[in-house]
Design a protein around this ligand. Structure first.
Ligand code: ATP
Length: 205
Protein backbone atom coordinates (compact mmCIF):
# COMPACT_ATOMS: atom_id res chain seq x y z
CA UNK A 1 0.00 0.00 0.00
CA UNK A 2 1.25 3.41 -0.94
CA UNK A 3 0.27 6.18 1.45
CA UNK A 4 0.04 9.59 -0.18
CA UNK A 5 -0.67 12.85 1.64
CA UNK A 6 -2.44 15.50 -0.41
CA UNK A 7 -2.51 19.09 0.74
CA UNK A 8 -2.46 22.71 -0.34
CA UNK A 9 -3.92 26.02 0.73
CA UNK A 10 -7.63 26.75 0.76
CA UNK A 11 -8.97 27.02 -2.78
CA UNK A 12 -5.80 25.62 -4.36
CA UNK A 13 -7.55 22.64 -5.99
CA UNK A 14 -7.04 19.75 -3.54
CA UNK A 15 -10.54 18.35 -3.98
CA UNK A 16 -10.22 18.57 -7.75
CA UNK A 17 -6.96 16.59 -7.63
CA UNK A 18 -8.45 14.09 -5.15
CA UNK A 19 -11.45 13.49 -7.42
CA UNK A 20 -9.21 12.89 -10.40
CA UNK A 21 -7.03 10.45 -8.44
CA UNK A 22 -10.15 8.61 -7.26
CA UNK A 23 -11.27 8.23 -10.88
CA UNK A 24 -7.88 6.79 -11.76
CA UNK A 25 -8.21 4.18 -8.99
CA UNK A 26 -6.87 5.72 -5.78
CA UNK A 27 -8.72 5.25 -2.48
CA UNK A 28 -9.30 8.79 -1.22
CA UNK A 29 -9.80 9.56 2.47
CA UNK A 30 -11.08 13.08 3.09
CA UNK A 31 -9.87 14.33 6.48
CA UNK A 32 -12.55 17.04 6.63
CA UNK A 33 -15.28 14.50 6.03
CA UNK A 34 -13.91 12.15 8.70
CA UNK A 35 -13.68 15.00 11.22
CA UNK A 36 -17.36 15.81 10.60
CA UNK A 37 -18.36 12.14 10.78
CA UNK A 38 -16.90 11.56 14.26
CA UNK A 39 -19.06 14.33 15.78
CA UNK A 40 -22.33 13.60 13.97
CA UNK A 41 -25.50 13.47 16.07
CA UNK A 42 -25.62 10.23 18.03
CA UNK A 43 -21.83 9.80 18.24
CA UNK A 44 -19.81 9.52 21.43
CA UNK A 45 -17.68 12.34 20.08
CA UNK A 46 -20.61 14.77 20.07
CA UNK A 47 -21.75 13.59 23.52
CA UNK A 48 -18.29 14.40 24.91
CA UNK A 49 -18.29 17.81 23.30
CA UNK A 50 -21.67 18.61 24.86
CA UNK A 51 -20.47 17.31 28.24
CA UNK A 52 -17.50 19.69 28.05
CA UNK A 53 -18.98 22.75 26.33
CA UNK A 54 -22.72 22.56 26.94
CA UNK A 55 -25.69 22.52 24.59
CA UNK A 56 -24.96 26.03 23.31
CA UNK A 57 -22.63 24.47 20.73
CA UNK A 58 -25.61 22.59 19.22
CA UNK A 59 -27.93 23.95 16.56
CA UNK A 60 -31.73 23.54 16.54
CA UNK A 61 -31.42 20.07 15.01
CA UNK A 62 -29.04 18.86 17.71
CA UNK A 63 -26.05 18.86 15.35
CA UNK A 64 -22.74 20.54 16.16
CA UNK A 65 -22.91 24.24 15.35
CA UNK A 66 -19.43 24.61 13.86
CA UNK A 67 -19.51 28.40 13.79
CA UNK A 68 -20.48 28.57 17.49
CA UNK A 69 -17.81 26.00 18.32
CA UNK A 70 -15.18 27.93 16.37
CA UNK A 71 -16.09 31.16 18.20
CA UNK A 72 -15.82 29.40 21.52
CA UNK A 73 -12.32 28.00 20.96
CA UNK A 74 -11.04 30.96 18.94
CA UNK A 75 -9.53 32.90 21.82
CA UNK A 76 -9.40 30.14 24.41
CA UNK A 77 -6.32 27.93 24.27
CA UNK A 78 -7.57 25.47 26.89
CA UNK A 79 -10.93 25.04 25.16
CA UNK A 80 -9.15 24.39 21.87
CA UNK A 81 -6.92 21.78 23.50
CA UNK A 82 -9.94 20.06 25.02
CA UNK A 83 -11.79 20.04 21.71
CA UNK A 84 -8.76 18.62 19.91
CA UNK A 85 -8.40 16.02 22.65
CA UNK A 86 -11.93 14.83 21.90
CA UNK A 87 -11.83 15.02 18.11
CA UNK A 88 -8.27 14.05 17.11
CA UNK A 89 -8.10 10.52 18.60
CA UNK A 90 -11.44 9.70 16.98
CA UNK A 91 -10.33 11.02 13.62
CA UNK A 92 -7.12 8.97 13.89
CA UNK A 93 -9.01 5.80 14.83
CA UNK A 94 -11.57 6.18 12.03
CA UNK A 95 -8.81 6.94 9.51
CA UNK A 96 -6.94 3.77 10.55
CA UNK A 97 -10.15 1.78 10.07
CA UNK A 98 -10.63 3.19 6.58
CA UNK A 99 -7.01 2.43 5.68
CA UNK A 100 -7.36 -1.13 7.04
CA UNK A 101 -10.40 -1.67 4.79
CA UNK A 102 -8.36 -1.01 1.61
CA UNK A 103 -6.47 -3.63 -0.36
CA UNK A 104 -2.77 -4.34 0.10
CA UNK A 105 -2.09 -2.97 -3.39
CA UNK A 106 -4.05 0.27 -2.93
CA UNK A 107 -2.81 3.78 -3.47
CA UNK A 108 -4.38 5.57 -0.49
CA UNK A 109 -4.63 9.34 -0.90
CA UNK A 110 -5.29 11.22 2.32
CA UNK A 111 -6.65 14.72 1.66
CA UNK A 112 -5.49 16.74 4.68
CA UNK A 113 -5.88 20.53 4.42
CA UNK A 114 -3.57 21.25 7.39
CA UNK A 115 -0.94 18.55 6.73
CA UNK A 116 1.97 21.00 6.66
CA UNK A 117 0.64 23.14 9.53
CA UNK A 118 0.46 20.01 11.71
CA UNK A 119 3.74 18.53 10.49
CA UNK A 120 2.26 15.20 9.38
CA UNK A 121 4.71 14.67 6.46
CA UNK A 122 6.40 11.66 8.07
CA UNK A 123 3.12 9.68 7.97
CA UNK A 124 3.31 9.37 4.18
CA UNK A 125 5.50 7.79 1.53
CA UNK A 126 4.85 10.82 -0.65
CA UNK A 127 3.40 14.29 -0.10
CA UNK A 128 1.63 16.09 -2.95
CA UNK A 129 1.12 19.84 -2.62
CA UNK A 130 -1.34 21.62 -4.91
CA UNK A 131 -0.72 25.31 -5.35
CA UNK A 132 -2.27 28.18 -7.26
CA UNK A 133 -1.58 31.92 -7.33
CA UNK A 134 -3.28 33.78 -4.45
CA UNK A 135 -5.42 35.92 -6.78
CA UNK A 136 -6.79 32.84 -8.56
CA UNK A 137 -7.53 31.17 -5.23
CA UNK A 138 -9.37 34.28 -4.00
CA UNK A 139 -11.40 34.39 -7.25
CA UNK A 140 -12.32 30.70 -6.97
CA UNK A 141 -13.34 31.05 -3.32
CA UNK A 142 -15.41 34.17 -4.06
CA UNK A 143 -17.10 32.30 -6.93
CA UNK A 144 -17.99 29.67 -4.33
CA UNK A 145 -19.71 32.30 -2.17
CA UNK A 146 -17.01 33.28 0.36
CA UNK A 147 -16.66 37.05 0.98
CA UNK A 148 -13.36 38.31 -0.44
CA UNK A 149 -11.96 39.60 2.89
CA UNK A 150 -12.72 36.28 4.47
CA UNK A 151 -10.98 34.37 1.67
CA UNK A 152 -7.84 36.51 2.01
CA UNK A 153 -7.77 36.17 5.80
CA UNK A 154 -8.01 32.39 5.56
CA UNK A 155 -5.23 32.20 2.99
CA UNK A 156 -3.08 34.44 5.18
CA UNK A 157 -3.59 32.23 8.26
CA UNK A 158 -2.24 29.08 6.57
CA UNK A 159 1.30 27.77 6.06
CA UNK A 160 3.60 29.81 3.84
CA UNK A 161 4.53 28.65 0.36
CA UNK A 162 8.07 28.14 1.62
CA UNK A 163 6.98 25.63 4.29
CA UNK A 164 4.83 23.80 1.76
CA UNK A 165 7.76 23.62 -0.68
CA UNK A 166 9.90 22.00 2.02
CA UNK A 167 7.21 19.39 2.72
CA UNK A 168 6.40 18.56 -0.91
CA UNK A 169 7.69 15.54 -2.81
CA UNK A 170 5.43 16.49 -5.70
CA UNK A 171 4.37 20.05 -6.49
CA UNK A 172 1.32 20.59 -8.71
CA UNK A 173 0.79 24.09 -10.06
CA UNK A 174 -2.91 24.67 -10.64
CA UNK A 175 -2.53 27.99 -12.43
CA UNK A 176 -4.16 27.17 -15.75
CA UNK A 177 -7.08 25.35 -17.29
CA UNK A 178 -8.62 22.39 -15.50
CA UNK A 179 -7.58 20.15 -18.41
CA UNK A 180 -3.94 20.95 -17.67
CA UNK A 181 -4.33 20.00 -14.02
CA UNK A 182 -6.07 16.77 -14.99
CA UNK A 183 -3.27 15.93 -17.43
CA UNK A 184 -0.63 16.57 -14.75
CA UNK A 185 -2.49 14.31 -12.31
CA UNK A 186 -2.85 11.57 -14.93
CA UNK A 187 0.89 11.69 -15.61
CA UNK A 188 1.70 11.65 -11.88
CA UNK A 189 -0.51 8.59 -11.41
CA UNK A 190 1.02 6.73 -14.34
CA UNK A 191 4.67 7.73 -13.95
CA UNK A 192 5.10 7.90 -10.17
CA UNK A 193 2.27 6.56 -8.02
CA UNK A 194 1.55 3.25 -9.74
CA UNK A 195 5.27 2.35 -10.17
CA UNK A 196 6.04 3.44 -6.57
CA UNK A 197 3.26 1.22 -5.22
CA UNK A 198 4.40 -1.76 -7.33
CA UNK A 199 7.97 -1.20 -6.18
CA UNK A 200 6.93 -1.08 -2.51
CA UNK A 201 5.10 -4.37 -2.87
CA UNK A 202 7.92 -6.14 -4.65
CA UNK A 203 10.24 -5.20 -1.77
CA UNK A 204 7.89 -6.03 1.08
CA UNK A 205 8.59 -9.30 2.87
P1 ATP B 1 -10.81 23.92 -0.08
O1 ATP B 1 -9.51 24.13 0.60
O2 ATP B 1 -11.73 25.05 0.14
O3 ATP B 1 -11.43 22.59 0.19
P2 ATP B 1 -9.67 22.94 -2.50
O4 ATP B 1 -8.23 23.21 -2.37
O5 ATP B 1 -10.15 21.57 -2.26
O6 ATP B 1 -10.50 23.97 -1.66
P3 ATP B 1 -11.13 22.83 -4.96
O7 ATP B 1 -12.44 22.69 -4.26
O8 ATP B 1 -10.59 21.68 -5.70
O9 ATP B 1 -10.04 23.42 -3.97
O10 ATP B 1 -11.17 24.08 -5.95
C1 ATP B 1 -11.75 25.32 -5.55
C2 ATP B 1 -12.72 25.79 -6.65
O11 ATP B 1 -11.99 26.17 -7.80
C3 ATP B 1 -13.69 24.72 -7.09
O12 ATP B 1 -14.92 25.31 -7.36
C4 ATP B 1 -13.04 24.16 -8.36
O13 ATP B 1 -13.98 23.64 -9.26
C5 ATP B 1 -12.35 25.40 -8.93
N1 ATP B 1 -11.12 25.09 -9.67
C6 ATP B 1 -10.08 24.34 -9.24
N2 ATP B 1 -9.09 24.31 -10.16
C7 ATP B 1 -9.52 25.06 -11.20
C8 ATP B 1 -8.94 25.41 -12.46
N3 ATP B 1 -7.73 25.01 -12.83
N4 ATP B 1 -9.67 26.21 -13.27
C9 ATP B 1 -10.89 26.64 -12.89
N5 ATP B 1 -11.49 26.35 -11.73
C10 ATP B 1 -10.81 25.56 -10.88
Amino acid sequence: MLRVGLTGGIGSGKSTVAERLARLGAVVIDADRVSREVVEPGTEGLAEIVARFGTEVLDDDGALDRAAMARLVFADEEARRDLNGIVHPRVAARTSELVAETGADAVVVHDVPLLVENDYQADYHLVIVVDAPVEQRVQRLVARGLPEGNARARIEAQASEERRREAADVWLDNDGELERLHAAVDELWRERLVPFEANLRSHSP
